[in-house]
Design a protein around this ligand. Structure first.
Ligand code: ATP
Ligand code: MG
Ligand code: MG
Length: 551
């Protein structure tokens, strides 16, 4: 059986529907509620919900909540919110592995009665030592030959809370010499005295992922149970449970390659650490690859879905460049983001020959290609702000912006010529003077002379102030997660830059918080949904206009 490297799951589903193996398909997205979802989860969400959508099936949202020690209601809520935000809807199909705890328990007793499970008294360390290695078979536990009655009695005592955490486990009796380590008497149940976010204090023994997952799939009638490649070696165990237990249906497990993205980390342990050690500001920090972080930063759900389509689904592990994700949001926003003028690092410019107190209105298109986005008016006045780095007193070769003696075009307005500067005691330029050409209204010279540079500006009189947050990669190494060295060594100390006193065109005061705008020449921005308030605007840069990261 050869498996094509891309779209192989769609092919499988198509074939299963064509052959009549399934009348309709059922998939599931099964997060463990032990953290926030990240862009890797988006790949799985788009895949599972996308298959159901495209082939007229359904996709369940199932919380794989088998370890109450790490799971919380906060995570359950954020996961639901993230899936909805990405644009998917599970409808009535919300499930929890914990919904099946009673049935799973009954199946555990069933295995004991079939002499296919036993209560283990070895410690975790002893079990590990007995387990063997890839090249050496394991050794059978002395407790493996316990009688059915003794196993049943002990397992019931485990359930009734007689033993402390870790005192005993229930194991399947399969094959300690199997070349597949997953089949060497895997643990089925462990004791955890902790309240569960969904079922409270009803249980103190909890099934392992492997014992819960396939059976949950069977109970829900999942046809295609899609997981990442690490679970490939668990597939024989998944099938052993389905073969051995009286389950109501026969799901099949398929594996695909997980998403690995450069310059970030996606393991939940590491994300937890970054949040709890306050290296970032919460799970929705715009520098994190969490869906809540990407949303807050300004990524659109469409751009993330495009990304998931573009990277494809295959069976070989690969790395995706962060720039691919950024390009997806850039393309999306280029098409729909209205344009605006904003000066991030302001330098005052005085147009000396422009009448004091005079104000002129210029019409500007909100989008250069899309007239449906309409026009807006921009006020011009004698004092304006430009970017500090659009002025140079001693320009390098090829600098076509504002320099003493030279002409430059102010976007939408006039051609101006710089006539001089005012400096502070330290010699820094604090004010630039210039004169405008009244015959260049709109930006073209009446005599047709060419002006090489065009810069953006805002009227000092009308500008609104804002804080603007610029983000860079959270890590300065493409693969901080590689393991030999603590990933925190690779944190980029300049991953956030906060600019205050930025000057924005006043139309931005009324910006819809969900709208992303292009600040001309600066990138795409949105209001920060947590920190921005009226009269104290805070903008996040979603992405720069051009790829400045790769190479
Ligand atoms: P971690 O190992 O960091 O705890 P996880 O994979 O255990 O993450 P789950 O909540 O169990 O996290 O994941 C839910 C689903 O999302 C699983 O089906 C898993 O295969 C999938 N998933 C998780 N990470 C990725 C990834 N990087 N790429 C693709 N799918 C992923
Ligand atoms: Mg995990
Ligand atoms: Mg998991």
């Amino acid at each position: 059986e050869t498996i094509p490297s891309s779209n192989f799951l769609r092919t499988i589903v198509e074939d299963d529907l064509k052959s009549g193996k399934h009348a309709s398909i059922v998939t599931r997205f099964p997060p463990e509620p032990n953290g926030y979802l990240h862009i890797g989860h988006a790949k799985s969400i788009c895949l599972n919900f996308g298959l159901a959508r495209d082939f007229g099936g359904r996709c369940h949202l199932r919380f794989d909540d088998t370890n109450p020690a790490k799971e919380e209601q906060e995570y359950i809520e954020s996961i639901k919110e993230s899936v909805r935000w990405l644009g998917f809807d599970w409808g009535q199909n919300l499930y929890h592995a914990s919904d099946y705890f009673e049935q799973l328990y009954q199946w555990a007793e069933y295995l004991i009665l079939q002499e296919k499970a036993y209560v283990e008294d070895l410690t975790a360390a002893e079990m590990r030592a007995y387990r063997g290695t890839l090249t050496e078979p394991g050794i059978e536990s002395p407790y493996r030959s316990r009688s059915t009655d003794e196993n049943l009695a002990l397992f019931r005592r485990m359930k009734s809370g007689e033993f402390p955490d870790g005192a005993r486990v229930l194991r399947a009796k399969i094959d300690m010499s199997s070349p597949n380590l997953s089949l060497r008497d895997p643990v089925l149940y462990r004791i955890i005295h902790a309240p569960h976010p969904h079922v409270g204090n009803s249980w103190c023994i909890y099934p392992m992922y492997d014992f819960a997952h396939g059976q949950s799939d069977a109970i829900e009638g999942i046809t295609h149970s899609i997981c990442t490649l690490e679970f490939e070696s668990h597939r024989p165990l998944y099938e052993w449970f389905l073969d051995t237990l009286p389950v109501p249906a026969r799901p099949r497990q398929y594996e695909f390659a997980r998403l690995n993205l450069t310059y970030t980390v996606m393991s939940k342990r590491k994300l937890h650490e970054l949040v709890s050690q306050k290296i970032v500001n919460g799970w929705d920090d715009p520098r994190l690859p969490t869906l809540m972080g990407l949303r807050r930063r300004g990524f659109t759900p469409e751009s993330i879905r495009t990304f998931c389509d573009r990277i494809g689904v295959g069976r070989s592990d690969s790395w995706i460049e962060m720039s691919v994700l950024e390009e997806c949001v850039r393309e999306d926003l280029n098409e729909r983001a209205p344009r605006a003028l904003a000066v991030l690092r302001p330098l005052k410019v005085i147009v000396d020959n422009y009448p004091e107190g005079q104000v002129e209105e210029f019409e500007a298109a909100n989008h250069p290609q899309n007239p449906e986005l309409g026009n807006r008016t921009i006020n011009f006045s004698r004092e304006i702000f430009i970017e500090q780095d659009d002025f140079s007193e001693n320009p390098p070769k090829g600098f076509f912006r504002m320099t003493p003696g030279n002409e430059v075009r102010l976007r939408y307005a006039y051609i101006v010529r710089c006539t001089g500067v005012v400096k502070d005691e330290a010699g820094a330029v604090v004010e630039v003077h210039c004169e405008y050409d009244p015959a260049s209204r709109g930006g073209s010279a009446a005599d047709g002379r060419k002006i090489k540079g065009t810069i953006h500006w805002v009227s000092a009189q009308y500008a609104v102030d804002a804080e603007v947050r610029l983000f860079d990669r959270l890590f300065s190494d493409p693969n901080p997660d590689r393991g030999e060295i603590d990933y925190k060594q690779f944190l980029n100390p300049l991953s956030i830059e906060v600019l205050s006193g930025c000057k924005l065109e006043p139309n931005l005061r009324d910006l819809d918080p969900e709208t992303r705008v292009q600040f001309e020449r600066q990138g795409y921005f949105r209001l920060d949904p947590q920190d921005s308030v009226i009269d104290q605007l805070v903008f996040n840069r979603v992405v720069t206009l051009k790829d400045t990261w790769s190479k």
